[in-house]
Design a protein around this ligand. Sequence first.
Ligand SMILES: Nc1nc2c(ncn2[C@@H]2O[C@H](COP(=O)(O)OP(=O)(O)OP(=O)(O)O)[C@@H](O)[C@H]2O)c(=O)[nH]1
Ligand SMILES: [Mg+2]
Length: 200
Amino acid sequence: MKIKNVELECVCGITSTLPENELPEFAFAGKSNVGKSSLINSLVQRKSLARTSSEPGKTQTINYYNVNKEFYLVDLPGYGYTKAGKAEAAKWGRMVENYLHTSKQLKLIFLLIDIRHEPGKNDLQMYEWVVYQGYRPVIIATKADKIKRSQLAKHKKMLRDALGLKQEDVLIPFSSVSKQGLEDVYALIEEYVNPAVSEE
Ligand SMILES: Nc1nc2c(ncn2[C@@H]2O[C@H](COP(=O)(O)OP(=O)(O)OP(=O)(O)O)[C@@H](O)[C@H]2O)c(=O)[nH]1
Ligand SMILES: [Mg+2]
């Protein structure tokens, strides 16, 4: 995929009205610090367009990145971040829920889970919600550079078993350091953005 231009078009906080976009949207959900913003930077080939941090709770708004005037990458605040206080975290949770429920252009929800760890309760809930809403589940197992290659199959199986993935469900090991898995993520987006090309 050729990235011609990227623009942070909309930053939505808890009091904002969400935009009604015409272009397809792809959202990145997952626990705080799992690597959502880093994945977006890898996709748009910018080091720090989406702000990342080693401290969880970096992204506190819903950020819409317009790519090539063709589609949006939507960076969501992570769940499971409690330092901000329970009330604040609950507000972000509701904001994300509201987005996921009301966006008319949302095509895919990428659910990011750290490849090293068993999914948490929130991850399982998010996965079930995605399936229940009729979205095709796509799991991105992040920080794949942190495990040895020889351990990859074991970790993939651990995640598949814990989530109860079906054989046809997609799980992509990904690393924003090595860019492993990036092409697979592009390919999924392209299926929705440019169907004419992928049908050829
Ligand atoms: N080694 C390694 N580190 C990563 C990877 N992806 C993200 N990180 C690091 O993990 C930390 C969190 O990354 P972010 O992209 O900010 O995570 P996030 O999911 O956007 O977090 P919130 O905005 O808090 O929800 C940063 O220090 C990143 O550099 C990866 O693939 N490999
Ligand atoms: Mg973030």
